[in-house]
Ligand binder design. Structure first.
Ligand code: 5AD
Ligand code: SF4
Length: 457
């Protein structure tokens, strides 16, 4: 495995030599989840090692990379639109086009790229990202289109270069793939089975980040709490060990599965002072019947009990969640069960999705698909309920003192700074630039649905 990465470093050096003095540039488009964003940071690391520097304006780029997502349908239209727009630039300046990520693991997408967008240079999958240096080298040398997608689970590769987007918050992937096969979800088909990184590699990465001034770490995986470091080293052990690392002040993790919130994980969240007390608890549906056909492995009652149990054991814990509306067979009654759980659990944040049929998943083959119009109406009803919950919830912050990690200047008003609470709420406040990247106490003075206003005390 190590040799494979050493090989790739050789290709990075070779391309770097070819590019010397040319001042070449790259652009990257990332779709999808935080795991994809983390993969894109690795792609950027690779490209920079090869002598390319980043530009926002795609027209200036000599190589354009798309890191795709296929969890929901709309990403496809977006990708094909963008690739279509690239045709003229390709003809004019020979820009290299590389497309990678989850969508490339889907045969029908690759076929469409071959037939309608033959000018794409490199297609790489989720298991072959580490071979991008070799692929780019071959394109530069041979100018032949490359398909580098494999169907078997990739190895866990360590040591690729990485160019991080932020200097204070960092994501660290701890495991790849998913074994759960929720019936709506394409992820297990495009990311393969679960593979965990060695915990020493993870801890070394976090120690290194701490030494470089990073304060907030997000542990990433499709199913983080089924992390298996071997020798009985589990997700809870990892939380304790990351918690011990000096310099790290906040630990978050996404995405866990409710079925894997074992006692030891709950205990670790409680005991680790740096673990933020907002826990992502993806509900998906509040109906036990729908949950069963989604293959989620818990019922409505078990979900509510889990949330209650965590509220009892972890003082001040709050939850965020994911919900899908309009899964096949969802009746009005089933949907009301979802609304009921939303009311009972009182989520701090809800990511809402309209069910999207994914080719190859059991959900796509189910007969009782819900008409689009009903899906959209239910989505709007859920959204109304969620928004009223959020504004009610926000009230509890007013007058409290919150620890806020200051991220930077507010985009809308450069005189204001913006940061986040432990519970991931955006706080806007007046302050001087020297506060950026520190954690400070703020008094919350007002709420505005999607953000709070604070005051330095
Ligand atoms: N349709 C709609 N939402 C989906 N998700 C996953 N697959 C689908 C789909 N086919 C949502 C789930 C998951 C989140 C990342 O995306 O809520 O938790
Ligand atoms: Fe998809 Fe379910 Fe795996 Fe999450 S746990 S990635 S929703 S199959």
């Amino acid at each position: 495995m190590k040799n494979e990465i050493e090989e790739q470093y050789k290709f990075m050096n070779k391309v770097n030599e070819l590019n010397t003095g040319k001042e070449l540039k790259y652009s990257i488009f990332t779709m999808g989840c935080q795991l994809n964003e983390n993969d894109s940071e690795k792609i950027c690391g690779i490209l920079e090692k090869m002598g390319y520097s980043k530009v926002d304006d795609i027209n200036e780029a000599d190589i354009v990379c798309f890191n795709t997502c296929c969890v929901r349908e709309n990403a496809e239209d977006k990708l094909f639109g963008k690739i279509g727009e690239m045709k003229r630039q390709k003809e004019k300046k020979g820009t290299i086009i590389a497309i990678g990520g989850c969508m490339m693991q889907e045969k029908h997408i690759v076929e469409k790229l071959h037939s309608s967008y033959p000018y794409v240079d490199i297609i790489f999958g989720t298991h072959t990202l580490h071979k991008l240096p070799e692929d780019i080298y071959k394109i530069l040398e041979e100018r032949k289109r490359i398909d580098d997608v494999i169907d078997i689970d990739g190895e866990v590769y360590e040591g690729l270069p990485i160019k991080r987007d932020d200097i204070i918050k960092a994501s660290v992937t701890i495991m790849y793939g998913c074994n759960n096969f929720c019936s709506y979800c394409i992820v297990p088909y495009v990311r393969g089975r679960e593979r965990s990184r060695d915990y020493e590699d993870i801890l070394n990465e976090v120690r290194n980040l701490a030494q470089n001034g990073y304060k907030e770490i997000t542990l990433l995986g499709q199913n983080v709490n089924s992390y298996d470091g071997g020798e009985n080293y589990k997700f809870s052990n990892l939380l304790y060990d990351v918690n011990k690392i000096d310099g790290i002040e906040r630990i978050r993790f996404v995405s866990p599965h409710p079925k894997d919130f074992t006692e030891d994980v709950i205990e670790a969240i409680k005991k680790c002072d740096k673990v933020c007390k907002i826990i992502h608890l993806p509900l998906q549906s509040g109906s036990s019947k729908v949950l069963k056909s989604m293959n989620r492995k818990y019922t409505k009652e078990q979900f509510i009990n889990l949330a209650e149990k965590m509220k009892e054991s972890i003082p001040e814990v709050v939850f965020s969640t994911d919900i899908i509306v309009g899964f096949p067979g969802e009746t009005e009654e089933d949907f009301e069960d979802t609304l009921d759980v939303v009311k009972k659990v009182n989520f701090e944040q809800v990511y809402m999705f309209i069910y999207s049929r994914r080719v190859g998943t059991p959900g796509d083959k189910m007969e009782n698909q819900i008409p689009e119009e009903i899906k959209h109406k239910r989505f709007d009803r859920l959204k109304t309920l969620v928004e009223s919950g959020i504004s009610k919830n926000n009230q509890k912050y007013i007058g409290t003192i919150q620890k806020v990690l200051v991220e930077g200047q507010s985009k809308n008003n450069p005189n204001m700074l913006t940061g986040r609470t432990d519970s991931n709420k955006v706080v806007i406040f007046e302050g001087t630039k020297d506060l950026i990247h520190s954690i400070i106490d703020l008094k919350i003075v007002s709420e505005h649905m999607w953000y709070l206003k604070g005051k330095i005390i």
